[in-house]
Write a new protein. Structure first.
Length: 461
């Protein structure tokens, strides 16, 4: 076992196997890459990591010949080479494995010699390189074979459909060998002056949230939420517009689909409740929220029965299922300096296998995700003296505006015929989402678990 490699991986925020016992970690492919005019020998590599949960593959970059592993993305010279790779359609090979950077359009990105090429500080499961205010290069660290939904969906929307509310795909990076292809990165248009939706929503609402009960403050973000709802509906209509037989052809959803979705929601409720019981026993829940946590556990059977009740009421009036965003919230949209909303990050939930993230689903699952994001925004933002009233008021205002924009921006072919069934499906997906949030927070941010706990406690089970 390569102890140095394990220590290097465990030190990185993008490493997805933290907390698991690593049985083996090896570099499976090391491909020399020679950038034009570079004085330093670099390599791109794949590392295979085996844990009790299986084997994962990660993409690494490092300087060859050095005694210790380091991330070459920290090196300005290496980043310069990455940026130029798309202009030359760079292709490096070693032992039957190829690493290919390829421009998507007829006119490749050209980067001036004096360009600023920086590594984004917002590193999570991927790494991002900002190229001279023109483009953003997303480096996928955890790799899987097959079609990558972020590239696939972005290409379809921006190149095939000309959808203006998604930044244009400019290029891709991939590994190729006898076993197939792994997408390793994507180059996308950068929107100058854009801010993510979460930051914008809280910033424009700060004064409202901070005001006292005696202050008459206008409700902010409503116009933006309605505009975002319209953009979301337009995105769903575009994602359902594929040709017959294509991955983007909409299909009629049935009662069987609802039964499966309800079963998934019930499973999520059960898993999250068990995690909550463990957290209570381990005393990782903040003391002021323990009583609420115990109430949620006590009502588990009632919550678990809700998806089945909704399934029975919905019946076969389900609408369509199509490709969706898959992980939709305020952090997955950006607002341009001109006030336009654009959607980013079609990767789906990273914890799910790649093939599952390409499944068709009801577009209302995305809607539920955004509505839950408004609940988070209200909880995180409303900390002033009138927070108990202003937070819920802001959330209702944002929800209503978003739904108004969503329903006014398209036909009804994607949705159930009965509006009550639209509401029921949204409720089903919100329940699944809120318990998913609970488990996520318990695992990663126990101090935030009160947000989904408060939402669950408010459910009419």
């Amino acid at each position: 076992m390569n102890r140095e490699l394990i220590e290097f991986l465990e030190s990185k925020r993008w490493f997805g196997d933290k907390g698991r016992e690593i049985r083996e970690a090896v570099l499976t492919d090391v491909i020399p890459c020679e950038w034009k005019d570079s004085r330093t020998p670099y390599a791109v590599a794949r590392a295979s990591v085996t844990t009790d949960d299986g084997t994962s593959t990660y993409q690494l970059f490092f300087e060859r010949g050095t005694p210790r592993l380091s991330d070459a993305l920290d090196d300005p010279e290496f980043r310069r080479g990455l940026a130029d790779a798309f202009a030359t359609n760079a292709n490096f090979e070693h032992d039957g494995v190829r690493w290919i950077a390829e421009s998507e359009g007829k006119i490749p990105l050209t980067v001036p010699p004096t360009a600023q090429i920086t590594l984004s500080s917002a590193q999570q499961s991927n790494s991002s390189v900002i190229i001279d205010g023109q483009a953003i290069l997303k480096i996928f660290r955890r790799l899987e074979p097959g079609v990558h939904p972020d590239v696939e969906v972005t290409r379809f929307l921006t190149i095939e459909r000309g959808f203006v509310h998604v930044p244009v795909l400019l290029g891709t990076i991939r590994f190729e060998d006898a076993r197939g292809t792994m997408i390793a990165g994507m180059l996308q248009e950068l929107v100058p002056g854009a801010v993510d939706g979460w930051t914008y929503a809280l910033a424009c609402s700060r004064e409202y949230f901070a005001a006292s009960a005696s202050q008459d403050s206008p409700l902010p973000f409503g116009t933006d939420a309605e505009r975002l709802g319209a953009v979301t509906r337009a995105m769903h209509e575009a994602l359902a517009s594929g040709d017959c037989g294509s991955a983007f052809e909409a299909q009629h959803a049935t009662g069987t689909d609802v039964r499966r979705w309800a079963g998934q929601a019930t499973d999520t409720i059960e898993r999250a409740t068990r995690a909550l019981e463990r957290a209570i026993a381990a005393r990782t829940i903040p003391e002021e929220h323990v009583a609420t946590a115990r109430q949620v556990v006590a009502r588990n059977a009632q919550y678990a029965a809700v998806p089945g009740t909704l399934e029975e009421a919905i019946g076969s009036d389900v609408g369509s299922k199509a490709r969706t965003h898959g992980d939709y919230h305020l952090g997955q949209v950006i607002r341009s300096a001109a006030g336009a909303f654009l959607v980013i990050d079609f990767e789906g939930e990273p914890a799910r296998p790649l093939r599952d993230r390409r499944d068709r689903h009801s577009p209302l699952r995305d809607v539920a995700g955004m509505l839950r994001s408004f609940a988070y925004g209200a909880a995180a933002g409303a900390t002033g003296p009138d927070a108990a009233r202003r937070g819920p008021h802001w959330e209702r205002h944002a929800r209503d505006a978003f739904l108004r924009g969503y329903h006014s921006a398209g036909g009804e072919t994607l949705l159930p015929r009965a509006r009550d069934n639209v509401t029921r499906l949204i409720t089903l997906f919100e329940i699944e989402k809120i318990f998913y949030e609970l488990q996520y927070e318990l695992d990663h941010r126990p101090d935030w678990a009160w947000i989904p706990l408060r939402g669950i406690a408010g459910l009419r089970a």
